[in-house]
Write a protein that binds this ligand. Structure first.
Ligand code: FNS
Length: 501
């Protein structure tokens, strides 16, 4: 900021602290002060969450929610007040926060990475070591979280019909997704606000995806900026873009064109979130944290009682409809995939309008509660596409509740091209950083190789409906052996120190 780069003297914490109310509100972000007084009523997250940091350093709360270039993009330069001498800024007293002290204790006692043997182990550890608001945001589903639990337990209603005496010495897990050859048929799906769980955010997933040659889907609502995530990519690594469509189509067009220019190989338009779902764990933790405006007296139309998600998504266009799809096909050459399709009629419509793929998904149970699991919709879709001779007209993916390689194999036997995985990699990243993501992906690869052998298949192209029995899939009341791993995050792993107790 030219006016400030020549700034001789840095602002002091004392000077900033004088501007600590809605008449004059300065906030420090990443060592620089900003006058956000006039912005207060416009903030999608409400004025309260900013006023909590008026006259103080708000970086810790700000960073996970806002990509680094947000202030440069949206706050007039005249409000950029320049650098602050951070030695003069009072630090928030974390030492005496009982929750934080207890959390740090749990971090000291957490299991070592090698004690994690499956994706649910990462969830068990993350639940204990993550900040309350971060865990709430990642783990929450909509309403009663029935669909959240159904997503994983649906796989427990599908049984295998393995064949024997096949030479399964050689196993090849590679496949092709939207023209890209990948080492294993899963991708890292788009999940918002990566910095809530790990200070580096989504770039950690980029590094893990690179190492295992899997595709990363970049979220519109990432904590990192889009360019940071793309810059982190290396070699011929492939990324896709997940798009929440903005009411202002000029903004959406710019995002799509930029993504194409930066080499994204797929545009996944999220179609199951015209309004973000009601995630009560997220709301509850946000309520205790920033006193969100449950009784919103501001008179404006952003319902801020919905926690972080709703606050950052007020731009999403609820009027998006089939008539808009030709426009998307006209503004990009990237393959277009509809993410969040939930019945076969819409898959056929997607083929009719020229889409290249669909993701059968309910947004990880975070949108419409009592939506069916992706795998159950898949079992409805594929036989119908085959009956109509359309199965080669579109690539069909699923996501939701995938926690074991057997879940992946079941989906591929039913006809999916690949599966998206969300929370497990978030939990692995939040608890153990890149080593966690790396191990989670490796565990899936090892499980995949073993289970391909056990069902008697060498390669992905051999997988077909003959290997699965789905008769119980659509009966939601079917009792299945209680799913100790899935339904509840089972007793947290005991770290070496705790065992000593
Ligand atoms: C866990 C999670 C999922 C989110 C997600 C954030 C989190 C923390 N967010 S959300 O804030 O808006 O809900 C997105 C998102 O940005 N865009 C999107 O298309 N899907 C979003 N999803 C859904 C995601 O892409 C998959 O559909 C879902 O995660 C698959 O289920 P599992 O987590 O069980 O693998």
């Amino acid at each position: 900021h030219p006016s400030n780069d020549t700034q001789a003297v840095k602002l002091t914490g004392e000077e900033v602290a004088k501007h600590n109310n809605d008449k004059s509100c300065w906030v420090i972000i990443h060592g620089r002060a900003y006058d956000v007084t006039e912005f207060l009523p416009e903030h999608p997250g409400g004025a309260k969450v900013i006023l909590k940091y008026a006259g103080k350093d708000g970086t810790e709360e700000y960073a996970p929610i806002h990509p680094p270039d947000t202030l440069d993009k949206y706050l007039d330069k005249s409000k950029h007040l320049g650098e602050v001498d951070m030695n003069t800024v009072e630090k928030e007293d974390k030492e005496h926060d009982p929750d934080e002290i207890e959390r740090q204790e749990r971090i000291k006692r957490m299991p070592i990475l090698e004690q994690c043997y499956n994706l649910m182990d990462f969830e068990a550890v993350a639940r204990r070591v993550m900040k309350k608001t971060a865990w709430a945001y990642y783990s929450s589903g909509a309403d009663d979280e029935i669909t959240l639990r159904e997503n994983h337990s649906a796989f427990h209603k599908i049984w295998f019909r393995p064949r024997i005496l096949q030479d399964v010495e050689q196993i090849d897990l590679s496949t092709t997704m939207l023209g890209t050859k990948v080492s294993i048929p899963f991708y890292v799906t788009a999940t918002a606000l990566g910095k809530l769980g790990n200070p580096e955010g989504e770039v950690v997933l980029t590094r893990g995806a690179k190492k295992h040659n899997v595709i990363q889907m970049i979220p519109t609502l990432a904590s990192c900026s889009f360019d940071e995530i793309v810059d982190e990519r290396s070699g011929d690594q492939v990324q896709w873009l997940q798009l929440y469509v903005n009411k202002d189509r000029a903004i959406t067009k710019r995002i799509i064109e930029h993504a194409e220019k930066r080499g994204c190989k797929g545009l996944f338009i999220t179609v199951d979130a015209p309004q973000l779902g009601r995630r009560e764990k997220d709301m509850r933790s946000k309520f205790s944290d920033v006193g969100s405006n449950v009784q919103n007296t501001g008179g404006d139309n952003v319902d801020r009682s919905q926690g972080a998600a709703r606050a950052i998504s007020s731009f999403i266009d609820p009027s998006l409809s089939w008539k808009d799809i030709p426009w998307f096909l006209s503004v990009t050459k990237m393959p277009i995939i509809l993410k969040g399709v939930q019945r076969v009629e819409d898959v056929i419509k997607a083929i009719d309008v020229g889409c290249h793929g669909v993701v059968l998904s309910n947004h990880g149970g975070r949108q419409l509660d009592f939506a069916r699991s992706g795998v159950e919709v898949l079992a409805e879709v594929m036989p119908e596409l085959r009956r109509l001779g359309l199965q080669d007209k579109i690539e069909v993916y699923i996501d939701g509740g995938v926690r074991r390689a057997t879940d992946i194999i079941k989906a591929l036997c039913l006809g999916a091209t690949g599966v998206g995985i969300g929370r497990p990699f978030l939990y692995a990243m939040s608890a153990y950083g890149l080593p966690g993501v790396d191990r989670a992906m490796q565990l899936l690869k090892d499980e995949m190789e073993m289970n391909m052998r056990l069902i008697g298949c060498n390669s992905i192209d051999q997988l077909s409906p003959e290997f699965v029995d789905t008769r119980g899939l659509s009966m939601h009341t079917t009792g299945v052996p209680s799913d100790t791993l899935g339904l509840t995050v089972y007793d947290p792993l005991v770290g070496p120190q705790e065992k000593a107790k």
